[in-house]
Design a protein around this ligand. Sequence first.
Ligand code: LLP
Length: 404
Amino acid sequence: MKYRSRDYLIENYKATFLAKKYATPLYCYSLKKIKKNIEEFKINFKTINPLICFAVKSNPNTTLLSEIGKLGLGADVVSIGELMKALNSGIKPDKIVFSGVGKTLNEINYAINKKILLINAESKSEILTIEKLAKLKRKRIDIGIRLNPNTDAKTLSQISTGKRENKFGISEKIFCDLVEYVKKSKNLNLKCLSVHIGSQILENKPYEKMLKVLIKVIKKTNYQFEYIDLGGGMGINYDNNNKKLNFKKYSLNIQKLTKKFNSKIIFEPGRSIIGNCGVLISRVVYIKEGHKKSFVILDAGMNDLIRPALYNAKHRIIPVRKNSKKSKKIYEFVGPICESTDKFSTLKNFQKLNEKDLVIICDVGAYGMSLSSNYNLRPKAAEILIKNSKVQVISKRQKLKDLI
Ligand code: LLP
């Protein structure tokens, strides 16, 4: 994904061409880039040889899931819907882990029937529910227990999950008690300790702290966990400032843990696999003069990409066709939704734009389409994938008639 002379290209296709052919707003992904990220991820963690379970919530598109599955990844799911989608996409049950604080009886029943690798329980009540079902079925079910390590992930508060005030996981004390309980259960087989402290983590320190807590807790339980599931959370570079999580360092720190306990590592990455593999192509509908700035009103809104509105997240916006004219105005890129938070970015020194011009909103592969909605009764955008130099429509634009 880059410029060739003045035109922005996704692999070998000009974004201008794609926008014309498939209309806008348009999500566009590159399979080449997905493959590259997965390759890099595997190389960085080669020594610990983890099972990599792609976090389906970051992008549940069936074609993408099936491509990711073909590249050897499993899936991390958080609902029966995601579990069905992962299975439907060809991902084998023995590579699927099920996380989440509110799994219902129905969801747990389905997961048991499908014989997935692990159900990672997040409360005593959930453990009892799994046990009750297992007893009824006269089965012994493999489970993990999610620890809340009370570790600050040093990321946005809205996407932090590992502190004691967060609803996720189980505190150290209760965790140890539950290990004792499950050890004695005839219908549960405790296989895994799982943890996930948050998302978009760019520093190694929080992971180091989390690993220290794990070592302490595992020693306390004196239990041999077959798996340690370290969750996901590895951040990506949204603003091109080269700040990046040091994967090699993280891997070295994990080796200290695996050497001590001889457990197999599971990861649940979403964003680091797919985040920078997708862009949102959008067209300028109107340009309107405002107080000290100009509003660039796009045809993509917060229903298509909610991250800026929800987390004040930053996504780079760049022109589809570069020109040499700088605008003297400050541009505020907004969507058409009737909400003041429907705003993507405020930029100085952008090139001069005209109505009908096209722009690219960068790095929307993760938590872009998956958090989209029909708010203001707007149909969901189409998704296309560039695969082996060909364009494939992997999700059709929703039709207005289906909404009305
Ligand atoms: N495992 C568990 C248990 C999780 O809760 C999550 C993300 C992941 C794995 C994957 O995390 P990742 O590697 O993608 O960071 N909507 C927010 C992100 C919410 C993440 C929720 N859990 C955003 O757009 O930034």
